[in-house]
Design a protein around this ligand. Structure first.
Ligand SMILES: Nc1ncnc2c1ncn2[C@@H]1O[C@H](COP(=O)(O)OP(=O)(O)OP(=O)(O)O)[C@@H](O)[C@H]1O
Ligand SMILES: Nc1ccn([C@@H]2O[C@H](COP(=O)(O)O)[C@@H](O)[C@H]2O)c(=O)n1
Length: 652
C-alpha cells in the first residue's frame, strides 16, 4: 500500500460495522517523550505504529533513550530521569508536528547541541512563537533558513535562572504551549507560562495536562491564561500506560455511519476519552445523526427520518476532526459553514485550500475565506463525478475524501500518506463499506458480450459499460488526429483526454456522433492495436472505473474481471466458436446495411483474438474465478438468464 501511486475507490452503497481504532497520535507522541524524560521504565501498550510515532522513536533512539519490545506490540521506554544522554545529534522529524514542537522545547532546555529538520513542508510550518518563548528562558536557538521556521540549531546555553514567567502565543498552534509545558520540569524551578492572546485547540492542552499528570507532574492553572509548573516537579513512570484509540481517526468512521446507513461503531474512544476530538460526535449530532456512546466506544447512524442538515460549526476545539465535516456536509440538506479554522492553513498542507480544490474537482461547491469554509451540497448527488484526488502528503485529506465514495468512485493519489496516523486505513474502510456490485463479462470478439451485457443491465436497472467502445474511440480519435496507432505516448495522451460523452443512445466524440465510424471492423483492429499499449490501458482505467455507480454496473470487455474490476461480484467469460461468432458478426453488419465477406470477418476475428490473447498487459483469457458461458448453442435470452442466475440478482 505505502508505495502505490494511487488507489481507486469504488462507489459504495452503504456502511456498517465496527472498527477498532489505532492508538491516538497525540497521546502516543506525548507519552513517548514523557516516558523518555521520566525516572524509571514505562511499558506503553496500544501505541500507534505510524510515520509520526516512528519519527519520535527514531529521535529518542538517537538521543540515547533505550526502547525495548515488551510483547504483544507493547514497548518499554527506559526513562533518562530528565538527563538526555546524548548531547549532540542531528534529528530528522519528517512532517511530525507532535514530535518537532515538543522535542524542540525539551532539547532547548537539555544543554546540548541539536540540529532539528524535517520535510520541506515542515520547514514552511511556523515555530517562531515557541522559539521566542524558549529564548525568553535563555535557550540558544537559531532558525537556520528563515526566522520563525525550521530547520533549527539548538546550542548549549546558560538558561535564564530568574525568569519566573514565560509568555507564549497560542493562536497559531497549541503545540507550542504543549511543548513548553512538557519541557518545563527540566528546569527544576517554578515557572509560569502566560498565554498571550487567544489559545486555539484547547482540548489538546487538556490532553497535555492529563498526560503530564499520569507521569506525576500536576500543572496549576488559571483558566486558559496561566499554567504553573512547580519547582521539584519530576516525571516518574506510571509503570504501565495504555494509549487510547485516536479520536481524530474515529471521525471518518463516525461520519460514514452518519451518511451511509450505519450504524458504524468505533472502539477505543468513548465518553471517558481525554481527547477533545470526540466532540466531533456532537457536531454530527447537531446535523441530526444518531450518536450513542459508551465509556470506550461511539456509534453513529443517520437520522431516523429525513437527512442530515447543514450547520454552522465553530471548529476551534476540534481542528483535525472538523475536516471530516466537509464530506459529511455534502450529504446534508442546507449549507454547512465551518469557522475558526485558520490553523488549517499551517498544517501538513493548507487544508482550507486543499479541501476546497479537491471537492471542486468532484463537482462540489465550496466557498472559503482566510478562516472559514462553506459547503453547498448539490441539489442532486448525480452532479458529483469521478476525479483524481490530490492528497498533498496529508493523511487527513486522503481519509476525508474516502467518504465521498457514497456519491462517486474516485482515485486517491498517494494513498500511503495515511501512514502518518492510520497505516491500514483503506483496509478498515473496505471492511465496513459495501461497494457497488459489478458483473464483469469478458470474452472474444462478436461472442455476444455486448448484447448480453446490455440486456442484463436493463433487466437489473444497472449501469452498463462497453469498454471496447473506449478503445475503439481512442483508435478513431487517433486516426482523426493523424496519429499512428503504435505511437504509445501520443495515443495514451489522446486516450487520457478523449472528449467522449454518451447521449440519447449515441456516442459522441466532441460534437460528432461516431457510432457507425467506430463500429467498423477497421476500428476493431485499431482498438486491438492501441489496446496492446500499456500506457493506453493505464490512461483508460479510471474512466472505466468511473462507470461503477449505484445501484450496480454490468461491464463487458477483455479485462473487466481481471484488471478493471478485480473485485467484481460476478465474473463471466462469454464465448462461442469462431465460426459462430463470424456468422453473428456477418449478420449484424448485413442488418446495418454494411457489405462484408464472411471469410474476411472470420480471419479478422481470429487475428484480433490472437492479438488480444497474446499481448503482455490484460490479455484476453478466462480467469480462474470467471464462469465459462459457451453460447454457440444458446439463444440471447438463455445467455442473459444464465448470467442473471449466476449473479444472484433478480430482474427488476
Ligand atoms: N447467444 C446468441 N445467439 C445468437 N446471436 C447472438 C447471441 N449473442 C449475441 N448474438 C448476436 O451476435 C452479434 C454480436 O454480438 P455483440 O455485438 O454483442 O458481440 P460482442 O462480443 O460485444 O462483440 P465485440 O467484442 O466485437 O464488441 C449481435 O448481432 C448479437 O445480436
Ligand atoms: N476491455 C477491453 C475491451 C476492448 N479491448 C480491445 O478493443 C477491441 C474492440 O473491442 P470490442 O469489444 O468493441 O470488439 C478488442 O478487440 C480489444 O483489443 C480491450 O483490449 N479491452
Amino acid at each position: 500500500m505505502n508505495h502505490l501511486p494511487f488507489l481507486d475507490l469504488p462507489a459504495i452503497l452503504s456502511a456498517g460495522g465496527t472498527v477498532r481504532l489505532p492508538g491516538s497520535k497525540s497521546l502516543s507522541n506525548r507519552i513517548l517523550l514523557l516516558a523518555a524524560l521520566a525516572e524509571g521504565e514505562t511499558e506503553v501498550r496500544d501505541l500507534l505504529k505510524s510515520d509520526d510515532t516512528d519519527r519520535m522513536l527514531e529521535a529518542l533512539a538517537q538521543l540515547g533513550i533505550r526502547v525495548t519490545p515488551a510483547g504483544e506490540g507493547a514497548i518499554t521506554v527506559h526513562g533518562c530521569g530528565g538527563k538526555i544522554p546524548v548531547k549532540e545529534a542531528q534529528l530528522f522529524l519528517g512532517n511530525a508536528g507532535t514530535a518537532f514542537r515538543p522535542l524542540t522545547a525539551a532539547l532547548a532546555l537539555a544543554g546540548g547541541a541539536y540540529h532539528l529538520s524535517g520535510v520541506p513542508r515542515m520547514h514552511e510550518r511556523p515555530i517562531g512563537d515557541l522559539v521566542d518563548a524558549l529564548r525568553h528562558l535563555g535557550a540558544d536557538i537559531e532558525c537556520l533558513a528563515n526566522e520563525g521556521y525550521p530547520p533549527l540549531q539548538i546550542r548549549p546555553a546558560a538558561l535564564n535562572a530568574t525568569a519566573a514567567t514565560v509568555p507564549v502565543k497560542g493562536n497559531v498552534s497549541s503545540q507550542f504551549l504543549t511543548g513548553l509545558l512538557m519541557a518545563l520540569p527540566l528546569l527544576y524551578r517554578t515557572v509560569t507560562v502566560e498565554v498571550v492572546g487567544e489559545l486555539i485547540s484547547k482540548p489538546y492542552i487538556e490532553i497535555t495536562l492529563a498526560t503530564m499528570g499520569r507521569f506525576g507532574v500536576d500543572v496549576a492553572r488559571e483558566g486558559w491564561q496561566k499554567f504553573t509548573v512547580q519547582a521539584g516537579s519530576r516525571y516518574k513512570s506510571p509503570g504501565v500506560i495504555y494509549v487510547e484509540g485516536d479520536a481524530s481517526s474515529a471521525s471518518y468512521f463516525l461520519g460514514l455511519g452518519a451518511i451511509a446507513g450505519g450504524p458504524v461503531r468505533v472502539e477505543g474512544v468513548g465518553a471517558d476519552s481525554v481527547q477533545g476530538d470526540i466532540r466531533f460526535a456532537d457536531a454530527l449530532a447537531a446535523m441530526g445523526a444518531r450518536i450513542t456512546m459508551g465509556p470506550n466506544w461511539i456509534e453513529a447512524a443517520p437520522p431516523l427520518n429525513g437527512s442530515l442538515k447543514g450547520i454552522e460549526q465553530d471548529c476551534l476545539a476540534i481542528p483535525d476532526a472538523a475536516m471530516t465535516l466537509v464530506p459529511v456536509a455534502v450529504f446534508a440538506k442546507g449549507l454547512t459553514k465551518l469557522t475558526g479554522i485558520a490553523s488549517w492553513r499551517v498544517k501538513e498542507t493548507d487544508r482550507i485550500d486543499a479541501m476546497a480544490n479537491e471537492l471542486r474537482k468532484l463537482g462540489g461547491t465550496v466557498e472559503t475565506t482566510a478562516d472559514t469554509l462553506t459547503v453547498y451540497p448539490p441539489a442532486n448527488l448525480d452532479e458529483l463525478h469521478c476525479a483524481e484526488i490530490e492528497t498533498y502528503d496529508d493523511h487527513r485529506i486522503a481519509m476525508c475524501f474516502s467518504l465521498m465514495t457514497l456519491a462517486t468512485p474516485l482515485r486517491i493519489l498517494d494513498p500511503g500518506c495515511t501512514a502518518k496516523t492510520f497505516p491500514n486505513y483503506f483496509d478498515r474502510f473496505a471492511e465496513v463499506t459495501t461497494a457497488v456490485p459489478v458483473i464483469a463479462i469478458d470474452g472474444p470478439s462478436a461472442s455476444g458480450k455486448g448484447t448480453v451485457t446490455q440486456r442484463v443491465a436493463e433487466a437489473l436497472g444497472w449501469h452498463y459499460l462497453d469498454s471496447g467502445a473506449l478503445y475503439r474511440l481512442t483508435a478513431l480519435a487517433a486516426r482523426k488526429a493523424g496519429v499512428d496507432w503504435n505511437n504509445e505516448a501520443a495515443v495514451a495522451h489522446i486516450a487520457a483526454h478523449l472528449p467522449v460523452h454518451f447521449a440519447g443512445g449515441l456516442t459522441f466524440l466532441g460534437d460528432e456522433a461516431v457510432d457507425d465510424q467506430m463500429r467498423t471492423e477497421e476500428m476493431g483492429i485499431g482498438a486491438s492495436t492501441v489496446g496492446a499499449l500499456p500506457a493506453v490501458r493505464e490512461a483508460l482505467l479510471l474512466r472505466q472505473r468511473a462507470f461503477r455507480q449505484a445501484p450496480g454496473l454490468v461491464a463487458d470487455g477483455r479485462d473487466m474481471g481481471s484488471v478493471v474490476f478485480p473485485d467484481a461480484t460476478t465474473k463471466v467469460f462469454l464465448t462461442a466458436s469462431a465460426a459462430v461468432r463470424a456468422e453473428r458478426r456477418y449478420k449484424q453488419l448485413m442488418e446495418k446495411g454494411f457489405s462484408a465477406k464472411l471469410q474476411n470477418i472470420l480471419q479478422d476475428l481470429e487475428d484480433r483474438d490472437a492479438r488480444d490473447a497474446a499481448r503482455s498487459v490484460a490479455p484476453l483469457r478466462q480467469e480462474a474465478d470467471a464462469k465459462l458461458l459457451e453460447t454457440s448453442h444458446l439463444t440471447i435470452v438463455q445467455a442473459v438468464n444464465q448470467v442473471l442466475d449466476w449473479s444472484g440478482n433478480k430482474a427488476s
